[in-house]
Design a protein around this ligand. Structure first.
Ligand code: KG4
Ligand code: ZN
Length: 348
């Protein structure tokens, strides 16, 4: 009997992750993040991320095997993210995957990172059903897809400028709140006591467009904040002029504008395609206010159901890579030792 155990490897950005998944059940999912090293730069530094992967990947692999109580001999398939992502970072995971595949004589499969995010909700007990509208929202991607099957995706809309997570990160930088921006903005926004005063408008991309734009609201925050003198540097130190309450109000208004755009487009896409399920994936899905808005809207449209990944699978992780890899393998997909840092299964 062929071994059902899949080893997943993820190194597309700043998380080094290895996971063992057996028939849809996650036995281990070890994630080591270099986020602390990027903090002072206000964003991911590709060279630092790449070096971190090289340094930690074998330790992460050992811990994943140990956590699952398995050895290399138990593995039946190696799945690895091969894009999109930072090329230098991706190559570490791909090299490890190829080495294991070659030395242990195991089949290898390259997995698209964006589709893997959308597949994270398939790790839930209640699985989404194809076809569905998929919304990938992370630091690098914002895309609405019509997903007909595990290997058939059509692009419905995407951001014309910043990704949602990127907008969070940039606004946090403007406000001097540090990196990554998503969690801290969510926390500050929840403290706002001034929720009726919407400070920033939503971008309008045209009635039937499913594209997004977040740079307008980000720039509106910049000018608002500059008007208050916040974030200006005096002798190298950030000078704060806005009170904490005021910063919370800015975070709240920014977050409402951005999330409303995302929710509206996702439901509009489901309506246009006549599908029941909306599936979300990517780092921004860790946001509780986003979830609240989607569930509220789903209650309004009775015939829609919304699927979020479990919180532990929102950010980059190898479990989603292993799970999708196994599903593609079952469909007959294979990679070979020429696998490069380029995503396969491009959207049409
Ligand atoms: O999926 P991910 O780990 O990496 C990419 O594939 O890009 O997503 C990271 C992004 C960052 O931009 C981060 O600010 C955002 O996800 N993020 C959040 C939250 N947690 C992480 N955005 C909004 N709210 C959150 N709670
Ligand atoms: Zn990601």
């Amino acid at each position: 009997m062929k071994k059902a155990l899949t080893l997943g490897i993820e190194t597309s950005c700043d998380e080094t992750s290895v996971s063992l998944v057996n028939e849809g059940r996650v036995l281990s999912n070890v994630v080591s993040s270099s986020v602390h090293l990027h903090k002072k730069y206000g964003g991911v530094v590709p060279e630092i991320a790449s070096r971190f992967h090289v340094e930690y990947i074998l330790e992460v692999l050992s811990r994943a095997l140990e956590g699952a109580g398995k050895g290399l001999g138990d593995i039946g398939l190696v799945a690895v993210t091969n894009g999109p992502g930072l090329v230098g970072a991706l190559l570490t995971g791909i090299s490890l995957a190829k080495s294991l595949s070659y030395s242990l004589d195991l089949p290898l499969i390259g997995v698209n990172h964006v589709f893997a995010h959308l597949y994270s909700a398939f790790l839930n007990d209640e699985k989404p059903r194809f076809p569905f509208v998929g919304l990938a929202i992370s630091g690098g991607h914002t895309a609405l897809l019509y997903c007909e099957d595990v290997d058939r995706y059509k692009l419905l809309g995407q951001t014309q400028d910043d990704a949602v997570g990127e907008a969070y990160d940039k606004v946090a930088k403007i406000l001097g709140l540090g990196y990554p921006g998503g969690p801290v903005i969510e926390k500050m926004a929840a403290r706002s006591k001034n929720r009726n005063n919407r400070l920033f408008p939503k971008s309008f991309m045209g009635e039937n467009s499913l594209d997004f734009s977040f740079s307008g609201v980000k720039t509106a925050v910049l000018y608002y904040v500059r008007g208050k003198g916040q974030g200006s540097r005096v002798q190298g130190r950030v000078k704060r002029k806005m009170a904490k309450d005021e910063i919370s109000d800015v975070c709240y208004s920014f977050q409402e504008a951005v999330l409303d755009m995302v929710v509206e487009k996702a439901f509009q896409a489901a309506e246009m395609k006549g599908v029941k399920d909306i599936v979300l994936g990517g780092g921004v899905t860790a946001n509780s206010r986003l979830r609240e808005k989607f569930y509220d809207m789903a209650r309004f449209y009775h015939n829609r159901s919304v699927h979020f990944p479990d919180f532990q699978y929102c950010l980059d992780n190898a479990a989603m890579v292993a799970a999708l890899g196994r599903r593609l393998y079952a469909k007959g997909y294979r990679s070979d030792l020429f696998l490069s840092a380029k995503p396969n299964l491009e959207v049409s």
